[in-house]
Ligand binder design. Structure first.
Ligand code: DX5
Ligand code: ZN
Length: 217
């Protein structure tokens, strides 16, 4: 019996109040804190970089799960280690040498994740599993919160068969809500990222809805 972790994405938080938002979601039951880094190049949106992530670290008491939607990745790995990322996830599509990137992430002392865009098959990680602590299955095209869930349950099932009982997380990112979460959990996912479905209806000054939303997922 696999326990499900909820990782709220602070992409849906108040960008002027990240410290209090992080403390609020953790107080409301978040298992991990998911940090979406976008570069305006690999994805058509721009968020924040290593100095901001380092500032977030001071407020995270659980696990800081950093999702890089940037290309290239390798020149920034040390900066994210220094910023205090516990898990650093890079996209398989971000460059020609994901194998080297995963080695470098572990070499810098972090857990290594590999993320797959919706168009990328499960089989593309077959030769990476020895180097990965997490596989992130994107259930939206990355770049924005609040998009419609794309059904990738077949991909999740295939990954679960490939991974078996190895200690590798299967994380789902995009459009996770109380309707879609059970589908991906049944297919074998164990970490659910959720942005809009966690933050809707609440605020830093009224965080109780965050807790209700987390429990509803
Ligand atoms: C999308 C990001 C997600 C996003 C999820 O590019 O990687 O983490 O914030 O947001 P929701 O849950 O609103 O789809
Ligand atoms: Zn993400």
């Amino acid at each position: 019996d696999r326990s499900i972790r909820i990782a709220p994405s602070i992409l849906s938080a108040d960008f002027a109040d990240f410290g209090r938002e992080i403390r609020a979601i953790e107080a409301q039951g978040a298992d991990w804190v998911h940090v979406d880094v976008m570069d305006g190049h690999f994805v058509p949106n721009l968020t924040f970089g290593p100095p901001a992530v380092k500032a977030f670290r001071k407020h995270v008491r659980t696990v800081m799960d950093v999702h890089l939607m940037i290309a290239p990745v390798d020149p920034y790995i040390d900066a994210y280690a220094e910023a205090g990322a516990d898990i650093l996830t890079a996209h398989l599509e971000a460059g020609p040498h994901i194998h080297r990137t995963l080695q470098a992430i572990r070499g810098a002392g972090m857990k290594a994740g590999v993320a797959l865009n919706p168009g990328t098959p499960a089989e593309s990680v077959a030769h990476l599993l020895e180097l990965a602590d997490l596989v992130c299955v994107m259930t939206v095209n990355p770049g924005f919160g609040g998009q419609k869930f794309l059904d990738m349950t077949g991909k999740v099932r295939a990954l679960r068969r490939m991974i078996g009982d190895r200690p590798i997380h299967i994380e789902i990112d995009g459009g996770v809500d109380p309707v879609t979460a059970p589908l991906v959990a049944a297919a074998g996912a164990d970490v659910l990222v959720a942005g809009s479905a966690v933050f809707r209806g609440g605020s830093v000054d009224n965080p109780a809805p965050y807790g209700d939303n987390i429990r509803a997922i």
